[in-house]
Ligand binder design. Structure first.
Ligand SMILES: Cc1cc2nc3c(=O)[nH]c(=O)nc-3n(C[C@H](O)[C@H](O)[C@H](O)COP(=O)(O)OP(=O)(O)OC[C@H]3O[C@@H](n4cnc5c(N)ncnc54)[C@H](O)[C@@H]3O)c2cc1C
Length: 339
């Protein structure tokens, strides 16, 4: 197996987050000589964190300009590490930071990059990348002859490396970080309990347009829908997805579910998240939506219509029931269990 460089950037406390540890596990499985390239304002805690991983060499580009994600500084650091390591295969977690910087680095090195890889293995003695195409409808396995070959591994595909910490000394790689024209003055983020997209959640809860439709009494029950959905998300710590019909309604400014945005949309023109379980509510389960459930293992749906899409082999269990009633009851049970 050719030499491998694992490129990882550190978190504000200098350690490595889960996507980096997943990429480390994938790199170790290749059984080639592994160099770890660390980037960040602090890199020593990260080197110590994975000292016991069996990596042959640690390289680091460390410095304050690398505290914040920025294309120019990240690309300069990654390029210097790739040149110093001279590795043929460069693996990195598909964080937003690396997804932005590494395609440009591949170009500078005269190499190639593949994004959204779900695995990197050895087939017939050569590295091979697996990824999905056409909105996760087809899976492809590909190899490349160009080197260096940079591969961005999607998170959630490999169990993260875990092992005892130790003491590792990284060789410092010098980089002339380019002058920066942007400075980060702060971060504005929603409060944690309002963050509805939780990639690590065990359950994906999907709301469809039915929540905003007239119900049996002839009225629309928007405020109750909001309370039921948010109540469930908070007590189950679930991630929230939406159908296109529902997020489009929210985008058009209609008085519907105010916390729902296009970022929540699951499907062909939305996201394909990875969760062990999924519960669809008031959503018809049409193919352009369900294609986004490719990586949801156990699927359940609640719909009034026994002939909805979920009933046609798309869900493991379909509850033909009123989702308002079911979720009211589920929330009561969860509330009672929490006491
Ligand atoms: C090119 C293309 C790309 C697309 N991409 C996407 C995509 O990425 N994601 C996506 O979601 N869609 C996508 N669509 C649209 C998709 O085909 C559907 O139109 C959309 O998913 C329908 O949303 P829905 O099921 O929430 O709404 P509806 O079809 O209106 O279904 C609402 C459902 O709620 C049920 N319901 C109502 N009240 C209750 C209740 N009290 N209890 C239980 N059930 C109830 C009804 O029985 C009904 O089945 C795409 C379409 C095209 C053509």
């Amino acid at each position: 197996m050719e030499p491998i460089l694992l490129l990882v950037h550190t978190e504000p406390d200098g350690t490595l987050a889960k996507p980096a540890l997943e990429a480390l596990a994938a790199a170790l499985a290749l059984q080639g000589e592994l160099t770890v390239g660390l980037v960040g304002a602090q890199t020593e805690p990260a080197a110590n964190q994975i000292a016991g991983s069996g990596a042959a060499r640690f390289l680091a580009v460390t410095g304050e300009p690398l505290a914040e994600p920025r294309y120019s500084t990240d690309a300069a650091a990654a390029e210097a590490l790739c040149r110093a390591a001279g590795a043929a295969i460069v693996l990195a977690p598909a964080t937003s930071r690396w997804s932005r910087a590494l395609p440009g680095v591949a170009y500078r090195l005269g190499g190639r990059v593949d994004t959204h890889a779900t695995s990197l293995t050895v087939e017939n003695g050569a590295p091979a990348v697996t990824r999905w195409f056409y909105r996760q409808r087809m899976e492809g396995v590909l190899t490349r002859s160009q080197r260096p070959w940079l591969v961005l591994l999607d998170s959630g595909c490999v169990a993260p490396w875990s092992g005892p910490a130790g003491a590792a000394e990284a060789e410092a790689v010098a980089v002339d970080t380019p002058p920066t024209r942007t400075s980060v003055t702060g971060v504005q983020a929603p409060k944690t309990d309002e963050q509805t997209i939780r990639p690590d959640a065990k359950l994906l809860f999907v709301a469809g347009a039915g929540w905003t439709k007239k119900q049996a009494d002839g009225a629309v029950h928007g405020p109750e829908a909001e309370t039921l959905i948010l109540g469930f998300l908070r007590s189950a710590n679930a991630s929230l997805g939406g159908s296109k019909s529902l997020v489009d309604l929210s985008g058009e400014g209609e008085a519907v579910l105010r916390f729902m945005t296009h970022l929540n949309q699951i499907g062909q023109t939305g996201a394909t998240p990875r969760h062990p379980k999924g519960l669809s509510t008031c959503c018809h389960g049409e193919e352009p939506h369900v294609v986004g459930w490719r990586f949801v293992n156990q699927r359940r749906a609640i719909n009034l219509d026994p002939n909805c899409g979920w009933a046609r082999g798309k869900a493991d269990v379909l509850y033909v029931a009123d989702a308002f009633e079911v979720m009211r009851h589920v929330n009561r049970l969860l509330g009672a269990a929490a006491k």
